[in-house]
Design a protein around this ligand. Structure first.
Ligand SMILES: N[C@@H](CCC(=O)N[C@@H](CS)C(=O)NCC(=O)O)C(=O)O
Length: 306
């Protein structure tokens, strides 16, 4: 379906959620283009494509733009079905594990905030503005011991799940469950301040190394400006479809705004093109990117009339 256009990942090296997608690309043996996005705002080329969404990563295929790793995984499963990130019959288990792993990510980030000396002042200032209610650094320092407790509890669960000798969290086949649980551990492994916490968990470390061994596939760097030319020259491949099951009877053509329901809640305004239980796609026009269709997951996002 998307054979014509290259897969372009907008990301930065240090981003754990980007690592989740880089490994998925490696797993599927896809070749892709890599665009480095600034770690802090502004991100003018990225937001020209998305219409305001600023989280990392974002995936672009021609004039279609996919926000959030869950929408990205769905389109990757359509581009290259094997191996499936969301295996048939395991959808709810994988989603549950993804949601739990978001807690692992938050635990790791809170730990880094609390320990201090990891993030630059520029980074901290950007994230203070991004998180509703800001960041309470005093509280983060006070909860470091509790975060270490949480981490041990979370790592123990993973160790126990792997205890029967299975290779992956749900059995013999790797899935999005593994990649979701992996990226916060990859993040913790990158700093000597937190790497030590992994030492007692032998099976987790072996599993981490197995996932790391998948690699990132083949990719070449690309210029951010060039991705706007790609979007302008391409036409979206999303077919306008009505969604008879939509609980609020929205119709293609309705003007809506879509935003994350947790942090970085920048709204994206556009015209509804297609939706189903898992995804919503809206069309918008941008002076630099031209006409693009931006895709979001349903879960974790708010859709409001615009
Ligand atoms: N639910 C999102 C979470 C993504 C996320 O929180 N990414 C972090 C970086 S790992 C982020 O966006 N930080 C702010 C930024 O990069 O601007 C997803 O699955 O893609």
């Amino acid at each position: 379906m998307h054979r014509m256009s290259e897969i372009i990942l907008h990301h930065y090296d240090m981003s754990p959620y980007a690592e989740k997608v880089r490994v998925a690309l490696g797993l599927k043996g896809l070749s892709w283009r890599s665009v480095q996005v600034p770690v802090v705002m502004p991100k003018p080329e990225l937001t020209a494509l998305t219409g305001g969404y600023r989280k990392t990563p974002v995936l672009q295929i021609g004039a279609d733009v996919y926000c959030d790793t869950s929408a990205i995984f769905r389109v990757l499963d359509r581009c290259e079905p094997s191996p499936p990130l969301y295996p048939p019959g395991a959808g709810a288990s994988v989603r549950a594990l993804e949601a739990w792993a978001q807690g692992n990510f938050v635990t790791a980030v809170t730990l880094f905030f609390g320990i201090g000396g990891v993030f630059s002042e520029e980074f901290l200032e950007d994230r203070r503005k991004m998180i509703p209610g800001g960041v309470n650094e005093e509280l983060a320092r006070a909860v470091v011991p509790s975060m270490r407790d949480h981490l041990r509890s979370r790592l123990t669960l993973l160790e126990q799940q792997l205890d029967d000798g299975r290779s992956y969290l749900l059995g013999d086949a790797v899935s999005a469950a593994d990649l979701a649980a992996y990226h916060p551990i990859w993040f913790l492994s990158r700093s000597p301040l937190t790497e030590a916490a992994l030492q007692p968990f032998e099976k987790v470390r072996a599993w981490r190394d197995r996932i790391a061994g998948i690699g990132h596939g083949e990719y070449r760097e690309m210029d951010a400006e060039e991705t706007l030319d790609v979007a302008r020259r391409a036409a979206s491949t999303t077919t306008p479809t009505s969604d008879p099951g939509d609980p609020t009877a929205r119709r293609p053509g309705d003007r809506v705004q879509v935003m994350p329901d947790d942090y970085a809640r920048d709204p994206v305004v556009g015209e509804l093109v297609a939706s189903d239980a898992h995804e919503i796609a809206i069309r918008r026009s941008d002076p630099r990117a031209g006409e693009v269709v931006v895709h979001f997951p349903r879960e974790g996002f708010l859709t409001l009339a615009a």
